[in-house]
Design a protein around this ligand. Structure first.
Ligand SMILES: [Zn+2]
Length: 324
């Protein structure tokens, strides 16, 4: 349980250098090192190499800084990500340039949406590209001060934006929006344990998944779990316990995973956001198909999702207890 390393987009092995990056001279020194590499992004798409026609998996692409110097412009937002095996790694958002300008550079590479390719990447590459995407998305949407409307400027290697109005000087840090995701279980006095899965209107016709929702102001995470489950299915829960988390920078969330115990079992859905909700035993879940497969019947969520992690760890726990 709680094997965080197995959850996609987390577990990034990179020295972020939170203190050193506050010094602009140190950042410049890293940028000037010959082994400095840069990840490129265009409109939230990461540069990757993917020979789809050969059925191969995508790989992340970074460029030596010296080789792309002539393509970078002052309008490009450049952020320091960290030291990877002691070598500096930056990311550059080239959205403000014509995409064609980069055709020359990218050649066999292409800018690909991480939501499409992420689950096929290695865990480290997926985490790295997610980090770059999340940070640069924040920059592109934080160009003006929300207090006085003046332009903001990047500081600390791209981990702070500062309002340029000397009367204001508001500091703006990258933000992450918390969302809870929860597996609700019911353990009857006799018969197999069951868990509650639902089909969201956004999911497509077959995928059943755990419930989820954003945290409201003034709510504890446990409050949100209890409210969301009740709003979406009419089920009351208690014994809310934390399981694991997953960064989800699409665009700026973190998914906080819980398990909760159902107090009652009669499902009531609105049919609007939630199209279908049902109780399933571990044995029934084992019959589910794989996401993306072309077959009839229900399927599990994608393998790179924390929903999948919550479901699979519940199946393991339930099977171990011998009550599936
Ligand atoms: Zn301001």
């Amino acid at each position: 349980m709680n094997n965080q390393a197995s959850i996609h987009y987390g577990g990034l092995e990179l020295k972020r250098e939170s203190e050193a990056r506050k010094d602009p001279e140190w950042i410049q020194q890293q940028w000037d090192r010959s082994e400095c590499r840069v990840l490129l992004l265009h409109k939230d798409r990461n540069l990757m190499h993917w020979q789809r026609e050969h059925d191969s998996s995508p790989v992340a692409v970074s460029q030596l800084r010296a080789e792309i110097d002539n393509l970078l412009e002052p309008a490009h937002e450049i952020v320091f990500l960290g030291l990877e095996n002691e070598s500096p790694l930056f990311a550059a958002d080239v959205t403000h340039s014509n995409a064609e300008q980069f055709d020359i550079l990218v050649g066999a590479y292409e800018f690909i949406d991480l939501r499409e390719a992420g689950w096929l990447l290695s865990a480290q590459e997926a985490a790295l590209l997610a980090y770059a995407r999340g940070l640069l998305y924040w920059h592109r949407h934080s160009g003006y001060c929300s207090t006085c409307g003046s332009p903001t400027q990047s500081r600390h290697g791209g981990h702070l934006r500062l309002c340029s109005n000397e009367q204001c000087e508001r500091m703006i840090f990258p933000r992450t929006d918390p969302a809870v995701i929860m597996l609700v279980e019911h353990r009857p006095a006799s018969g197999p344990a069951k868990c509650l899965l639902a089909r969201n209107a956004r999911f497509g016709a077959r995928m059943m998944s755990t419930l989820a929702g954003f945290v409201d102001p003034s709510e504890s995470l446990e409050d949100t779990v209890i409210r969301e489950v009740y709003e979406e299915t009419g089920i009351r829960v208690d014994q809310v316990s934390y399981q694991a988390s997953q960064p989800w920078p699409f665009p700026s969330s973190i998914m906080l995973g819980f398990r909760a115990r159902a107090i009652d079992t009669d499902i009531r859905i609105d049919g609007d956001e939630i199209k279908e909700a049902q109780w399933f035993s571990a044995n029934e879940l084992k019959e589910f198909g794989e996401w993306g497969d072309d077959q009839d019947g229900y399927c599990l969520p994608r393998r790179d999702s924390i929903a999948r992690f919550l479901i699979e760890s519940w199946i393991v726990d339930t099977t171990n207890y011998g009550d599936s």
